[in-house]
Design a protein around this ligand. Structure first.
Ligand code: IPM
Ligand code: MG
Length: 368
C-alpha cells in the first residue's frame, strides 16, 4: 500500500510558523511509528496571490483533490485588505471548501483542565467542557446567488442569499447524528426558523432525518441567538451542535473562546468518501493568520497540531495515535508550558512557538 499523502498549505501570517511545528510531529511519526506520509506543499491565500496573482492556482486545487488530506495554516492579512473581492486570500480557502465539497466542518471545543482558568467564564462552567460544533460549510449565505453590490437609484445595495436544499441539510444532519452516536448521543440543531424560511426548512429536514434514521439520538432545536446565549450560560448542556454556514462561523468562535484561547482549537472539514474509502478532507486551526504577531515566534502551534490529530483520527483511522498526540498536548499544558496567548498566571514566562512544538515531540517520545 502506498504511503498516506498530505498537501500542506501553510498560507499567511502565523500559518507557516505553526505548520513548521506540525512538520516536526509528522516527521516523528515517520521516524518513531513507522508511519511515513508523502508530504507536498503549496501556496494558498495572500502568498499565492503574491506569487501567482490568484489566492489558489488550478494546479494547487487539482493537487488538493488528489491527496488523502490537506493541512492548512491560515490565510489573510492587512496587506490584502484592499484587493478586489475575487482575489482576496479568503477566496482561496472558500474555493477549496466548495470544490472539494467539504460540507461538514467539525469544530470541537474542549477545555483542557490546565487551562480552565483562562476562560472568561467561571471555572465550573467550562471545566471538562467537550462539545462538537458541526457547521455546514459549502452552502448557505456564503455561496448563495444572487449576490453582489448593485446600484439601485442613486444608492448601492449589498445582496447575499441564504439558500439551502433539502439534500444539503440532510447530509450535514447525518454527519452530526453519526458523531453524536460516538459521543454523548445528543444533537442540538440551531437556526432562525422564527424569521427565515431556510430556517423552517432546516428544522423540518433535520427532524425528518432524525425520525427516519436516528431516533435513538436525542434531538433538540434552538434558535441560533438563544443558542449563543446558552453557550455562554451553560455550555455543558450541549454535546453536538449542528448549524448552517454563517451561524456556525459565529457560534464556533464563541465556543472556542469558552476554552480560553482561540490558539487551541482545531477543525476538520470533511466531504464524501473517495475511492479509497477516505473522506475528502481538509484540516485547519480555527484561529486566523494573526498578522499582529506573525514572524515573532509567539504563536501557539497547538490548534494546528491538534488539527493534525484530527487528520489521524478522521482520515487515517489512527484513533489511538490521535489520542497519543492529544495526550502529549495535555501533558505539556499540565507541566505549565504556555505560549504568549495563554499567559496570566504569576511567574510564568512564555515559551516560543518552536519550544512548544519541541516539548510536544518530547512528550510523544516519552509515550513510547
Ligand atoms: C473560519 C473563517 C473563514 C470563514 C474565513 C477566513 C473565510 O472565519 O473558517 O471560521 O468565514 O469561514
Ligand atoms: Mg470564522
Amino acid at each position: 500500500m502506498s504511503n498516506p499523502s498530505l498537501l500542506i498549505l501553510a498560507g499567511d501570517g502565523i500559518g507557516p510558523e505553526v505548520m513548521t511545528e506540525v512538520r516536526k510531529i509528522i516527521d516523528w511519526y515517520g521516524a518513531k511509528r513507522d508511519v511515513t506520509f508523502d508530504v507536498s506543499e503549496g501556496l494558498v491565500g495572500g502568498c499565492s496571490y503574491d506569487a501567482h496573482g490568484t489566492p489558489l492556482t488550478d494546479e494547487t486545487m487539482a493537487k488538493a483533490q488528489e491527496v488523502d488530506a490537506v493541512l492548512l495554516g491560515a490565510v489573510g492579512g492587512p496587506k490584502y485588505d484592499n484587493l478586489d473581492f475575487s482575489v482576496k486570500p479568503e477566496r482561496g480557502l472558500l474555493r477549496l471548501r466548495k470544490e472539494m465539497d467539504l460540507f461538514a466542518n467539525l469544530r470541537p471545543a474542549q477545555c483542557f483542565d490546565a487551562l480552565a482558568d483562562f476562560s472568561s467564564l467561571k471555572k465550573d462552567v467550562v471545566a471538562g467542557l467537550d462539545i462538537m460544533i458541526v457547521r455546514e460549510l459549502t452552502s448557505g449565505i456564503y455561496f448563495g446567488e444572487p449576490r453582489g453590490i448593485i446600484k439601485e437609484g442613486n444608492e448601492r445595495v449589498g445582496i447575499n442569499t441564504q439558500r439551502y436544499t433539502e439534500s444539503e441539510i440532510a447530509r450535514v444532519a447525518r454527519s452530526a447524528f453519526e458523531l453524536a452516536r460516538k459521543r454523548g448521543n445528543k444533537v442540538c440543531s440551531m437556526e432562525k426558523a422564527n424569521v427565515m424560511e431556510s430556517g423552517i426548512l432546516w428544522r423540518d429536514v433535520v427532524t425528518e432525518v432524525h425520525q427516519a434514521e436516528y431516533s435513538d439520538v436525542e434531538l433538540s432545536h434552538m434558535y441560533a441567538d438563544a443558542g449563543a446565549m446558552q453557550l455562554c450560560r451553560w455550555p455543558k448542556q450541549f454535546d453536538v451542535i449542528v448549524t448552517d454556514n454563517l451561524f456556525g462561523d459565529l457560534l464556533s468562535d464563541a465556543a472556542a473562546m469558552l476554552t480560553g484561547s482561540l490558539g487551541m482549537l482545531p477543525s476538520a472539514s470533511l466531504g464524501a468518501p473517495m475511492e479509497n474509502g477516505r473522506p475528502k478532507a481538509l484540516y485547519e486551526p480555527v484561529h486566523g493568520s494573526a498578522p499582529d504577531i506573525a514572524g515573532q515566534g509567539k504563536a501557539n502551534p497547538i490548534a494546528c497540531i491538534l488539527s493534525f490529530a484530527m487528520a489521524l483520527r478522521y482520515s487515517f483511522d489512527m484513533g489511538a495515535e490521535a489520542d497519543r498526540l492529544e495526550k502529549a498536548v495535555e501533558d505539556v499544558l499540565a507541566d505549565g508550558l504556555r505560549t504568549a496567548d495563554l499567559l496570566g498566571e504569576e511567574g510564568v514566562s512564555p515559551v516560543s512557538t518552536s519550544e512548544m512544538g519541541d516539548a510536544i515531540v518530547a512528550k510523544l517520545d516519552a509515550s513510547l
